[in-house]
Structure formats: structure tokens, C-alpha cells
Ligand binder design. Structure first.
Ligand code: BJW
Length: 249
């Protein structure tokens, strides 16, 4: 049961911002990062897989892990949460969709102008010049997250190709970040959906929106510690709560 508050806020809003995290893709079968037992960081130390130092130390280990994750993304389908966001985007005039996710499930659900703060797993790039590298078509075949795979090299300069994601200690893509900050400053309603809110600077967007007077709404299956900071806390899976919210509009 959705309370009247967030429904009324959405109806009245001129500009709505959605910040999504791994939880929105959980019901598509993609692991989140910090869930007890099943989270990626429960089973793989982020310092061994999600830093530039890790890639430079053992490129095949890190590339193999991202190929395994890319395979999982390509096999996954958007869920009712992604689809509800697309419906929301069609219903409302001003909606900024900012995601921390590296998957493309928002796009495959039909959403437009998705801002990826932490990059995208389908768009690796050259280590030396940053130029995008096109991967061969088809789903990579990787049996698990532990197999090493040598990363490709650029033909012309021989430089290594790296995953197109943002690792710890790296800056976020400037244009994406500026767009996210601007949306957080301007929005009337801010939703954080399926994110633990622990990774900076993405987590600061809620504080920014809140400081600017936006109504803030959290959708999450668990407590995150943000409950006292948001105006409304909607407990439940995004794939259930979001379609219900859209139905009420
Ligand atoms: C459901 C659900 C369902 C489940 N329905 N909900 C200030 C203070 C402290 C530290 C820092 C700071 N500023 C910077 C830092 C360092 C660092 C950081 O934040 N560290 C903290 C973790 C301590 N940040 C950075 O390094 C960032 N860069 C940066 O700041 O650059 C400037 C700089 C440069 C040099 C030095 C210092 C600063 C970059 C961060 C990059 C994060 N990268 C990752 C990996 C991306 C690639 C990959 O996919 O492998 O991004 S880490 C990982 O966490 C991934 C995610 O996008 C990100 C956020 O995770 P998310 O989405 O919230 O997932 P979970 O698992 O945490 O939560 C899921 C939630 O869903 C849970 O709450 C569930 O309950 C819920 N859920 N099922 C609804 N069905």
C-alpha cells in the first residue's frame, strides 16, 4: 500500500530525479554488491577486482571477472521495476534517470537519457587513450567469476583494453556527474531506489536534493540508515513498489 504523500508529490512535481542502484536489477537475477552471502563484495574483495591497481597487477583476473559479469548482464532481462520507471518517464514531463549500475537494463526497458555514474560494462576502453573498444558480438562464455581471461589489446598501439566502469579512487565521468548534480539541485522529488547509499559521491546527491528542499523517497527491501533522512520510506522490492506507484498516478 503506497501512502498518499509520494503519489501527491509526484503528481505536483515539475522535475523528478531517480537515483537507482544494484537493488533495481536484483529481481533480474543480477547480484547486488553488499547483500549478506550473495553480494559480489561478500565473495570478491573489491580491492582485488575494482581498482586500477588490481587491473594493473593482474589484468586477466580482473578482465575475466568483468567478462563473467557481462555475460550475466546479457542474459538478464529488465524487470517490472525497470519497466515502471519507463512508464513513469512517459507520464511525467521532467524526469532525470541517474543510475549507479553498469548494466543496460534501464535502456533495454525503454528508458531514455540514462546517466551512468559508474560507467557501463558493455563499453570497455583503451587504457592509454580512453578510446572506446568494440567487443565481439555475442555473449561471452565464462563458467564462473574466477577464471582468468587475457584482455584484448588495441591493434594500433598495443595498449590494454580495460573495463568501462568506474573503480574505487577514480573520478566519475564529468558530464554524467554534472548532469546528476544539476538534476539533484533542481528536482522537486528525489527517489533513491535499491541503493545502500554508501558509495560517494553518488550518495551525496540525496543530501544535495534534500538541502535544496526536495521531497525525498527511498524504495528498498532493507533498512539502509537513510530512513530518518528521507521524507518517505517505501519498504519492498522495487519491482513491486514502482509498478504500484505508477498505477496510482
Ligand atoms: C533492493 C532490492 C530490491 C536489494 N528492491 N531494493 C567520501 C567518504 C568516504 C569515502 C569516499 C568519499 N569520497 C570518495 C570515497 C571513496 C569511494 C567510496 O565511496 N568509498 C565508500 C564505499 C567508503 N568512492 C570512490 O572511490 C568514487 N570515486 C571518487 O570519489 O572519485 C574522487 C576521488 C578520487 C581519488 C581519491 C578519492 C576520491 C568511485 C566509486 C566507484 C564505485 N564503483 C562500484 C563498482 C563499479 C564497477 C562494477 O560494477 O564492478 O560501483 S562499487 C559498487 O558500489 C558499484 C555500485 O554502483 C556502487 C553502489 O552500490 P549499490 O548500487 O548501492 O549496491 P549495494 O549492494 O550497496 O546496495 C543494494 C541495495 O539494494 C541494498 O540497500 C539492498 O537492500 C537493496 N535491494 N534488492 C529494492 N529487489
Amino acid at each position: 500500500m503506497i501512502p498518499e504523500g509520494p503519489i501527491g508529490a509526484l503528481r505536483a512535481a515539475g522535475h523528478v530525479m531517480l537515483l537507482t542502484g544494484a537493488g533495481i536489477s536484483a529481481e533480474s537475477g543480477l547480484a547486488t554488491f553488499r547483500a549478506p552471502l550473495t553480494g559480489l563484495w561478500e565473495n570478491f574483495n573489491p580491492m582485488d577486482f575494482a581498482t586500477l591497481h588490481a587491473f594493473e597487477s593482474d589484468p586477466a583476473l580482473v578482465w575475466g571477472w568483468y567478462e563473467w559479469r557481462r555475460m550475466r548482464v546479457m542474459q538478464a532481462e529488465p524487470n517490472d521495476g525497470h519497466l515502471a520507471i519507463t512508464a513513469l518517464q512517459r507520464k511525467l514531463n521532467g524526469l532525470s534517470l541517474i543510475t549507479q549500475n553498469v548494466d543496460d537494463l534501464h535502456e533495454r526497458a525503454g528508458s531514455h537519457f540514462v546517466r551512468h555514474l559508474h560507467g557501463t560494462i558493455q563499453q570497455p576502453r583503451c587504457m592509454a587513450c580512453g578510446k572506446a573498444h568494440t567487443l565481439p558480438p555475442g555473449i561471452p562464455v565464462e563458467p564462473d567469476g574466477g577464471r582468468k581471461v587475457e584482455p584484448p589489446r588495441r591493434r594500433d598501439c598495443g595498449s590494454l583494453i580495460r573495463p568501462g566502469v568506474v573503480w574505487f579512487g577514480e573520478s566519475l565521468p564529468r558530464k554524467e556527474w554534472e548532469a546528476a548534480e544539476q538534476a539533484a539541485r533542481q528536482c522537486d522529488v528525489f527517489f533513491c531506489i535499491g541503493t545502500s547509499g554508501v558509495v560517494e559521491p553518488a550518495a551525496s546527491l540525496l543530501r544535495l536534493a534534500s538541502a535544496r528542499g526536495a521531497i525525498t523517497v527511498q524504495i528498498n527491501t532493507e533498512d539502509t540508515g537513510l530512513e530518518d533522512r528521507v521524507t518517505y520510506n517505501l519498504r519492498g522490492p522495487a519491482a513491486v513498489v514502482l509498478p504500484e506507484l505508477v498505477r496510482h498516478l
